[in-house]
Write a protein that binds this ligand. Sequence first.
Ligand SMILES: Cc1cc2nc3c(=O)[nH]c(=O)nc-3n(C[C@H](O)[C@H](O)[C@H](O)COP(=O)(O)OP(=O)(O)OC[C@H]3O[C@@H](n4cnc5c(N)ncnc54)[C@H](O)[C@@H]3O)c2cc1C
Ligand code: FES
Length: 292
Amino acid sequence: MISANQTSATIADSINEPEASPFVPLPYKIVNKHHDTQDIATITIEPVDKAIPPYKSGQFNMLTVYRVGEIAISISSPPTSGKRIVHTIRDVGAVSHALFNLEIGDVIGVRGAFGTDWQTDEPGDADYLVVAGGIGLAPLRGAVVELAEKVAARHNVNLLIGAREPAQMIYETDMKRLEQMGVKVYKTVDMADSGWKGSVGLVTELIEKAVFDPKNTKALICGPEVMIRFTARKLIEFGIAAESILVSLERNMQCGVGLCGHCQLGPYLICRDGPVFPWAPPVKDLLSQKER
Ligand SMILES: Cc1cc2nc3c(=O)[nH]c(=O)nc-3n(C[C@H](O)[C@H](O)[C@H](O)COP(=O)(O)OP(=O)(O)OC[C@H]3O[C@@H](n4cnc5c(N)ncnc54)[C@H](O)[C@@H]3O)c2cc1C
Ligand code: FES
C-alpha cells in the first residue's frame, strides 16, 4: 500500500496530463431510466463528449454524482452496446440514493472501466452455469447477453437466479429475450406470493434442474458472499472443477485503480486484482474476512 502523500502526488500528476485520465470523471448523460424494484433502478448513459475506453463484461465504473460523491457500480451492458452503458443501482446510502433519484437528461461523471472480467469475450466450447443472488445479477447481465449471443446455439447456457421475493426480481423483460436466444432461465425466491410460478428455496437447489456436462462447464457466480461460498461448494459437489468457477466480490472502494488500499482483501486489491476472481485459494479462504 502506498502513502497518502504518494497517492495525492500521483493523482495530481495524472490530472495535469492532457489525455483522458483514470482519475478524471468524464461527463455522461442519462438517456434512459427504468425502475426494476422499489429500491433498484437501471439507467442507460451515453457520453456527453469523450467516452471511456472499451470495457469487458464483469468490469465496473466509478460513478460520480456531482456534489454528492462517487461509488463503484458494475457495468451491466455487454461490450457490444457501443458507447451506451447500462448500470443498475440499489438505493442503500448517500451516493446510491442520489444516483437512484436522477432523471433522464441529468449528467453524471464516469471513470473506468476498471478491474477483471468474466472472460466471456472468448467463452470457449463449454456449458455455462451463471448463478446470481439478488442484485448480483447486475454484474452478470453483460456476460449472460454475450453467452446468449456466442454460446447458447451450441452449448447449454443456464441462468440460475435467487431473490428474496418475486418483487425483488430484476431484468424481467430481459429474461424473456434471453430465453428466446436459448438461455435456460431458472428462478427461485425465499418467500413466494400467490402469483409466483417459479421455485421456492435457495438458489443452490436450482443446480439439479440445470442441464450441463460437469466435466466441461464454466460457472460464474455473483451475490452475497455467503451465497457465493455455498454455491461454489455445491458446484464442486456436482463435479465442476474449482478452476472453472469465477466469482465476483465487492469491497468499499475509493480510487478504483489500486492506489488507496481501501478495497484490500488479504494480498489482493479488489479494484485491481478483481472484482472477478477464480474460486481458488487464497480468495476462497479469505471470504469470511470483514471489510476494512
Ligand atoms: C466492484 C463493485 C461493483 C459494484 N456494483 C454494484 C452495482 O452494480 N449496483 C449496486 O447497486 N451496487 C454495486 N456495488 C456496491 C456499491 O458500490 C455500494 O452500494 C455503494 O458504494 C454504497 O455507497 P453509498 O454512498 O450509496 O452508501 P453508504 O452511505 O456508503 O453506505 C450505505 C450502506 O451500504 C453499505 N455498503 C457500502 N458499500 C458497500 C459495498 N461495496 N457493498 C455492499 N454494501 C455496501 C454500507 O455498509 C452501509 O450499510 C458495487 C461495489 C463494488 C465494489
Ligand atoms: S479502491 Fe483504492 S486500492 Fe482499490
